[in-house]
Design a protein around this ligand. Structure first.
Ligand code: SF4
Ligand SMILES: [Zn+2]
Length: 321
């Protein structure tokens, strides 16, 4: 069957199947006879369909025998999406966020600012010159692939469920940006122009499943951090507790505290709230309390980077050298 179906003149597309295949092209339910006489098949499983054109429910196609195969509507939407994208040749994409603190820390009632995100680039329009539907890229099959020269952006059209962990893993290792366009909340009808809006202009139903730029920044940032190992030290006095053991980091680049002339930081009182503490890695031992589980503190104090802007400036200044 062909993706180049004529969609004009069809006002409404239901998320139930209101298109089906006849003589190799998609046809709207309004253009066929009622019942089996429609002569249509399901675009996903090829089964014979009946056109339900009663007076109560909105007209749609259903499988003649057995249950509907679930994939029919999705396949129709993919074909329509391809047709719209091929016509427009551009897409508006949402902001790209980078995590600037990677771990959540809640310690003894204190909620330290973690999992903070900043955006690395704003909404933008991306032009492309070729659209491929359900064609293998590396190790997986995306719903839609948009190509501009040898650049590639993938899109997943979410109709009933999102992508599984296995596919996500493959996307991560292929390092190609993947955008999700969520149509799952559309239960009733969706017009062709609404579908066009959701695909092309609107960004409210789009999110990055994986973004190459965000991943690049995250990796760069972690590379610039010092991976510091906690030490247990007894009998040091802090503002909170006196004469108990504490976990400390030696050689704090911000010289938070000094002991025998050597700088150090108390993880709980200095690193947790520190703007340069980017990540805290924990061991999986849930018998221990949070502070005892800390295995590494990722500290960017030596390079003084606490925001995406600082990270960008640092990278730029290094490139100039
Ligand atoms: S995270 Fe902050 S307080 Fe902790 S060692 Fe680094 S600079 Fe010092
Ligand atoms: Zn089917």
């Amino acid at each position: 069957m062909h993706g180049e179906s004529n969609l004009t003149g069809c006002e409404y597309t239901m998320l139930k199947m209101s298109y089906a295949v006849k003589n190799g092209t998609l046809i709207h339910v309004s253009e066929v006879e009622s019942g089996l006489k429609c002569g249509c098949t399901c675009p996903a499983c090829n089964a014979r369909l009946v056109a339900r054109k009663g007076s109560i429910k909105e007209h749609h196609f259903a499988h003649a025998k057995d249950e509907d195969c679930q994939k029919g509507t999705e396949t129709v939407l993919h074909i329509m999406a391809k047709s719209i994208l091929e016509k427009e040749k551009y897409i508006r994409v949402p902001k790209v966020y980078v995590l600037t603190k990677f771990t959540a820390v809640h310690y003894q009632g204190h909620d330290f600012p973690r999992n903070k995100q900043e955006y690395a680039s704003g909404e933008m329009y991306i032009k492309f010159d070729r659209v491929e539907l359900e064609k293998r890229v590396d190790d997986f099959v995306p719903d839609v692939a948009l190509y501009s020269g040898n650049q590639c952006l993938l899109a997943e059209i979410k109709v009933s469920h999102g992508i599984d962990e296995d596919k996500l893993q493959k996307i991560r290792s292929s390092d190609i940006s993947v955008l999700e366009i969520d149509l799952s909340a559309m239960n009733g009808t969706i017009t062709e122009s609404e579908l066009r809006d959701l695909l092309i202009e609107n960004v409210s139903k789009k999110k990055w499943i994986y973004n190459k730029k965000a991943e690049y920044y995250r990796k760069e940032w972690l590379n610039l951090c010092d991976k510091l190992q906690p030490l247990r030290r007894e009998n040091i006095r802090t503002e909170y507790e006196a004469y108990r053991y504490h976990y400390i980091i030696n050689d704090c680049p911000q010289n938070k505290r000094i002991h025998n002339g050597r700088p150090y930081a108390n993880i709980k009182t200095d690193c947790f709230p520190c703007e340069y503490c980017i990540n805290i890695e924990y061991a999986d031992n849930y018998l221990l309390n949070e502070i005892d589980r800390i295995t590494y503190v990722y500290c960017c104090g030596r390079n003084k980077i606490s925001s995406v802007k600082e990270l960008r400036d640092y990278t730029k200044s290094k490139k100039k050298l």
